[in-house]
Design a protein around this ligand. Structure first.
Ligand code: NAD
Ligand code: ZN
Length: 241
């Protein structure tokens, strides 16, 4: 612990990389694991580009659950600790999450690699709407439509879809330029996002990982591994700065 504290104090530019485990303590279900959404919803059938093209109404069964969960959830102490870390050199939060919890907590510079459930997009005219505007209709089982009559899609990256290039480029820049990266609640297996901590490491950054279990990063990439909940471990660490 002392060594990590020293390294945080020495670091000039810190970044955080977060995954679904970051949101679990806020009550948002991860995809994999015991309570994972994929136990109930096959991703190819409910969250892929081809599924949405074939039968968007089916996909909306899953989207509705995800939107409701993210609207209801509140950030926890781990999210708040990241906001506090901005006073100690944190420059950005690169997230794979689509629930908007980092923004709700007040993080300044959030790079959303997989988009956000807070927005809906029309695949035809590319119009973007606030999900909130349609929430009453969605809650009642309705399907949101664009002015052009096409069914709207949450502005998130579905299976088979590319990541937003400019956000990915910004994330790579952060990884190359930071001298410390926190990898929080991510299994680090989903590509290309998983390559981000590796890139930071190659550029000389120290990697601090917090997870309930070991990941492919733990032995090979991470300089420090804190086993446990991010909502407990991270605030404890930050309180000592
Ligand atoms: P993931 O691959 O990021 O894995 C979750 C990781 O979090 C696991 O390694 C698990 O051990 C760890 N974890 C669980 N609870 C934790 C806690 N309290 N503290 C620390 N670590 C904890 O996520 P996934 O579910 O496999 O999803 C894959 C993709 O889908 C990712 O892009 C993910 O971000 C996205 N997703 C996002 C959300 C969201 O927006 N909240 C929810 C589900 C999935
Ligand atoms: Zn449209």
């Amino acid at each position: 612990m002392d060594k990590i504290i020293r390294e945080i104090k020495e670091a000039e530019m810190i970044t955080a990389f977060t995954g679904a485990g970051m949101s679990v303590e806020s009550g948002v279900a991860p995809f994999r694991g015991e309570d994972g959404l994929w136990n109930e919803f096959d991703p190819q059938e409910f969250a892929s580009v081809s599924a949405f093209a074939e039968e968007p109404e089916r996909c909306w069964k899953l989207f509705k659950i995800q939107i409701e969960e993210s609207f209801k959830s509140e950030p926890h102490q781990g999210h708040e600790a990241l906001v506090e870390l901005e006073d100690h050199g944190l420059n950005s939060v690169i997230t794979q999450n689509i629930d908007g919890l980092h923004q709700k907590a007040g993080s300044d510079n959030v790079l959303e690699l997989h988009g956000s459930l807070d927005r809906l997009i029309c695949s035809s005219c590319k119009n973007i709407f606030k999900t909130e505007k349609f929430w009453d209709r969605i809650k009642a089982g309705g399907i949101p439509k664009c002015d052009c009559t096409k069914i709207l899609k949450p502005d998130v990256v579905l299976f088979g879809e590319a990541l937003p290039q400019s956000t990915l480029q910004q994330a790579w820049n952060e990884a190359e330029n930071c001298d410390m990266m926190f990898s929080l609640g991510t299994s680090a297996v989903v590509q290309p996002a998983a390559s981000i901590p590796k890139m930071a490491k190659r550029s000389g950054a120290k990697i601090v990982e917090i997870n309930l279990e070991k990941t492919p990063l733990t032995e090979k990439v991470s300089d420090h591994f804190l086993k446990g909940k991010v909502g407990e471990k991270l605030p404890k660490l930050i309180s000592r700065l």
